[in-house]
Design a protein around this ligand. Sequence first.
Ligand SMILES: [Zn+2]
Length: 384
Amino acid sequence: MGGAIYVSPTAEPIPNGVVLIRGGKISAVGSRATVQVPATFQSLDCSGRTITAGFWNSHVHFFERKWTNAAAIPAAELARQLQDMLTRYGFTSVFDLGSPWENTRVIRQRIESGEVPGPRIRSTGEVLIAPHAMPADNILAVLGDMPLRNLEVTSAEQAIEASQKLLEKGVDGIKVHLQPPPPPNPPFPANAIPAAVTQAHRAGKPVFVHPNSGADVLAAARAGVDVIAHTTPQSGPWDQTILMAMKNAGVALTPTLTLWKSAMRHDLISMQERYTNTAVGQLQAWAALGGTVLFGTDMGAVDYDPAEEYALMSAAKMNFPQILASLTTAPAERFGDSQRLGRIAPGLEADLVVLKGGPSQNVRGLAAVEYTLRGGRIIYRSAD
Ligand SMILES: [Zn+2]
């Protein structure tokens, strides 16, 4: 109680507000003057702070070596790792877009059983990819990643089979990775994308595509995918054909703007800047069209602190309500959870972020988290 409450990205914040939580759910929200706080309730002083719905990161990976053999990681250490990567930044829901499914499922199970505090996890499990397109295990090891047994696809039939196999194992979506293999190996077959989409949509699950160029974005949008998992600065700005195809298909975009500097950290600094600026321009063009943006960083492949990503989204002319929507309402809607998550309203899950200050003037403040609550439970508390 006592903080400024953003019940949704579009509503004016309620100053000096109160959120009542009962049985893990929000039972009331409003100003102190309008909400009666029962004397028996435990209270959390949030004076001078800002309260929003729990954040989503819609592009993360549990493929770093630290997650290996998740069943054997001591509970305290697993909790610390989840806190270090996610909950300390307010992430209460994440979509993992590529990791060893059985292992990620164990992490989720240990969270859901109540053994370790952590976010709600969805995952695509292993990804569909052209043969030889993924680096060999020894290269992944140098990158700090676990070996990945991805599903290699050379035809639409194989895409159907691979998607079916994953869906039967219970994944929450399908990820198609369009990284081209070194020649003379053929790229991911174009007709395999709509084939995967049909299978996933039949099961009510979304499809994510990792594109490498504007042409890939165009192909993915036309194939009916749900989420474009990256901007593509390597191929220059997105033209009207690409942007309109995205718009007409109603895709969402996870911008991953900080990824480029990180992936190119060994290259000329001017090149890093050019890529970053191009990616920012792509996001700006998409957001200006009113396109759906889901906050997503490729976390696991980049540093965990999301402050720079927020600043770059702001550089792409996204305003504070738009950035907050990308963290809350937009992913909740896209993934069919808007009746349960994404806003602060009676009846919804009490997934909340308490920010140290007022982030609407400086968006980097979205990364300065005092408390993270999931289902009414504090799962992160800042030490200072
Ligand atoms: Zn990724």
